[in-house]
Write a protein that binds this ligand. Structure first.
Ligand SMILES: Cc1ncc(COP(=O)(O)O)c(C=O)c1O
Ligand SMILES: N[C@@H](CCOP(=O)(O)O)C(=O)O
Length: 421
């Protein structure tokens, strides 16, 4: 991305940095592909059950990692997640039509599975049996799950504060070697870049370009579900910026292949305490100044130096004529409550997409008559402390707080609580 060097697939080595120290990206040659045949094949695979190609990622293998021998595919039939129309959330965001893509329905509960199945499969094909990541909890849960499926081991580095205990426990339960350190995600990534190859650990963070290729399947699946007619806007939360990058790169693939005839705009939403990408774009700068002490209650986005910022700038902001926005934790938590109470549910970081859309509609950047898809990146049970704080803690309770009502089981005491009694 930073220079014009190119490497053959077999020459790409852990930890996936170019000689110039920039991130690598996969370049495909789609010229031999027949788009109409491929569309029919993707439709056909929708009816397959329990084969590699019934995965919502590997269904699109030709556009992701065609060279990978099928024997290495490590899948839990990820993807295949629901897309929901929600009038209630649309009304909250102030827009006519809004759909929510629930990546939270993935096997480990977050969008990371779309990329992780590809990273672990590629790592196995390159001969690795030990995998690593640094994580705020979702990447690690996903890696620990796929490593366990493959009969391999995972070594995960987790910051010792400001991450969700549910995710720590999920990672632990899948059997990862859990290494807790004093620092942030950004410190962990720096450590991996320098030490992973010496330690013989295959890096599964999103600096790994195969992770990004897998995550492209999210936009492929959205487009497929919508019969290749995309909405005006796609809204995505931004932390390390892997999701935004994959979305933009996947959109470009779809356009190049003629599956779609125009690019929707992408909006990348960051949380106020960890928004270096938004600040850079809003100030018209072309170099990112890291946030040294990132903090947001949406702990999945506690990232001050997003590794993929250059790719996200290219693929989303520039290529789709997209925008960025920044929202407060309060805006995030209120949006989350509305999404939860619509029955769909998500973890705090995911709700940044809806909070950001609401803000962009209010500012007139997104037209009220426009159509949009918001990405819900993680499951509501990923951070149950956030639910307790919002609804039950009197210090921090939110405007949509719901309460537990203590009752005694007799008719009289229930009067007033249940209508028609
Ligand atoms: C649930 C959730 N939402 C959003 C994000 C942000 O995505 P990205 O880091 O790819 O920008 C993350 C972490 O990466 C996450 O775990
Ligand atoms: N929220 C992420 C942090 C970003 O990780 P990466 O996989 O994109 O490097 C997490 O779950 O760890």
């Amino acid at each position: 991305m930073d220079c014009s060097r190119q490497y053959k697939l077999e020459a790409v080595r852990n930890p996936f940095l170019c000689e110039c120290k920039g991130l690598l990206e996969v370049i495909h040659d789609f010229r031999s592909l027949d788009s109409e045949r491929l569309k029919r094949e993707f439709d056909r695979r929708l009816s397959e059950r329990m084969t590699n190609y019934s995965s919502g990622v590997w269904r699109y293998k030709e556009l992701i990692l065609p060279e990978l021998p099928d024997a290495y595919i490590t899948t839990k039939f990820e993807g295949n997640t629901g897309m929901y129309d929600s009038d209630r959330v649309a009304k909250y965001a102030g827009i006519r039509k809004l759909m929510l893509k629930a990546q939270s329905e993935n096997p480990s509960g977050s969008f990371k599975d779309n990329g992780m199945t590809v990273a672990v499969s590629h790592g196995r094909s390159a001969g690795y049996t030990r995998f690593t990541c640094t994580s705020t909890g979702n990447t690690s849960s996903s890696l620990a799950m796929y490593a366990a499926i493959a009969g391999c081991s995972s070594y995960v580095f987790l910051p010792n504060r400001n991450i969700s205990m549910n995710k720590v426990l999920q990672t632990l339960a899948y059997g990862a070697h859990l290494l807790s350190f004093n620092g942030t995600y950004d410190d962990g990534i720096r450590f991996s870049e320098t030490n992973s190859e010496i330690l013989g650990l295959y890096v599964c963070n999103s600096i790994n370009p195969f992770r990004i290729e897998g995550q492209k399947s999210i936009i492929f699946e959205i487009a497929h579900q919508l019969r290749w007619k995309l909405p005006d806007w796609i809204i995505v939360p931004g932390g390390a910026l892997s999701h935004a990058t994959a979305l933009g790169k996947g959109l470009q693939d779809l356009l190049d292949l003629g599956f779609i005839d125009r690019l929707p705009k992408v909006a990348v939403i960051q949380a106020e305490g960890a928004n270096p990408f938004h600040r850079m774009v809003a100030q018209g700068e072309s170099k990112l100044t890291p946030e040294l002490q990132p903090f947001t209650r949406a702990s999945a986005m506690n990232i001050g130096n997003p590794p993929s910022w250059k790719k996200a700038l290219h693929y989303t902001v520039r290529q789709t004529n997209g925008v960025t926005a920044s929202v407060t934790d309060e805006e995030i938590m209120n949006a989350k409550a509305v999404i939860d109470q619509s029955g769909i549910g998500c973890e705090p970081a995911s709700a940044a997409s809806v909070a950001g859309l609401k803000k962009l509609v209010e500012e007139g950047v997104v037209d009220r008559e426009a159509t949009a898809v918001c990405l819900l990146t993680g499951n509501m049970l990923k951070d149950t402390d956030a639910i307790r704080e919002y609804h039950l803690d009197s210090m921090s309770e939110g405007i949509f707080a719901n309460k537990i009502i203590p009752v005694s089981l007799d008719f009289e005491s229930l009067q007033g609580y249940v209508p028609n009694l």
